[in-house]
Ligand binder design. Structure first.
Ligand code: CA
Length: 311
């Protein structure tokens, strides 16, 4: 039997090198690029004037100074929604490290300070141009990994987020299976729509929450996903867990391999380890060596790349 070539697992910079710089800023993407991540992740939401921007939440208040700048623009729930602001307004905001709205304190206390910076929220197009520019100047081919955020919510607000994202990707040359891109989404119906209705040929990853998979039915469930997707993005908790104080690997990657799906779990963070890992080295060993994931989202792409290159 012919031996398949050994391909190193890929490193996806989760919101950029977000362990070091405010998430989803071009600075965080440049750092991740320099740290030799294979893919840079974009989360995409839509503005009032239909522009796709790179932002994790549908809200602006956890990562910008919107509360101080536009105090009267909150909805009745007290939140500030990107969809209620124009791109010009959004790009006038200063980005800062993520805070917990309840306490006003940093979500990750040892990361970048939470004071406002000179960094701004980029559009998806601006970010792609930035990455393609770096690819050109460095002679590398780093991929993009856009996630369509809350498509059902966007639709209720009158926006077809997926159509806008696909149009932008096509404009920048990401339009077939060989494109160096993965599209990702948590919404099962939207993933099927992307494949069957919108007929996107791009590589597609079905993101999963812990409760989406019943580990006694894994293979059946993954077979259904393999009908439209190329891979799954599970939380680390679906790869391994503690049983009688021992790390136990689940059947997820094995079943995915049977179904022909790649597995890119989220999220490797040295400052927020899952309960089954003693330290970052241990987590890397579990994810890549024991569970056999084909890649992973990491807030610390330098450390994940270092682990994979050392082996
Ligand atoms: Ca994401």
């Amino acid at each position: 039997m012919a031996q398949s070539p050994i391909v190193r697992p890929i490193v996806i910079a989760h919101r950029g090198a977000s362990g070091y710089l405010p998430e989803h800023t071009l600075a965080a993407k440049a750092l991740a690029f320099g740290q030799r991540a294979d893919f840079l992740e974009q989360d995409v939401v839509i503005t009032q004037d239909n522009q796709p921007i790179v932002l994790h939440d549908i809200h602006l208040d956890t990562v910008t100074d919107v509360v101080q700048r536009f105090p009267n623009r909150k909805r009745s729930d007290g939140r500030f929604y990107a969809i209620d602001f124009t791109l010009a307004e959004i790009q006038s905001l200063a980005v800062h490290e993520r805070i917990d709205l309840k306490t006003g304190k940093a979500v990750f206390p040892h990361r970048f300070p939470t004071t406002p910076t000179s960094l701004r929220i980029p559009t998806l197009g601006e970010e792609i141009e930035f990455i393609q520019g770096l690819n050109r100047s460095s002679g590398r081919d780093v991929g993009i990994y856009p996630e369509i955020k809350a498509p059902a919510w966007h639709r209720r607000e009158g926006k077809d987020a997926t159509a806008i994202v696909l149009r932008t990707l096509e404009q920048y040359g990401y339009q077939d299976r060989t494109s160096n891109a993965y599209l990702q989404c948590f919404d099962f119906d939207e993933c099927k729509r992307i494949r069957f209705e919108l007929k996107s040929p791009l590589k597609l990853v079905q993101l999963l929450s812990h409760d989406d998979i019943d580990l006694s039915q894994t293979e059946n469930q993954l077979k259904q996903i393999a009908a439209y997707a190329d891979g799954i993005g599970p939380p680390l908790s679906l790869l391994a867990h503690l049983k009688d104080k021992t790390v136990t690997i689940t059947n997820l990657v094995e079943s995915a391999n049977t179904c022909g799906l790649v597995v890119h779990p989220y999220t490797i963070r040295q400052d927020a380890l899952p309960d089954f890992a003693n330290d970052l080295q241990h987590l890397h060993e579990i994810v890549f060596r024991q569970a056999g994931a084909h890649g992973a989202f990491s807030d610390f792409p330098d450390l994940t790349v270092q682990f994979l290159q050392a082996k």
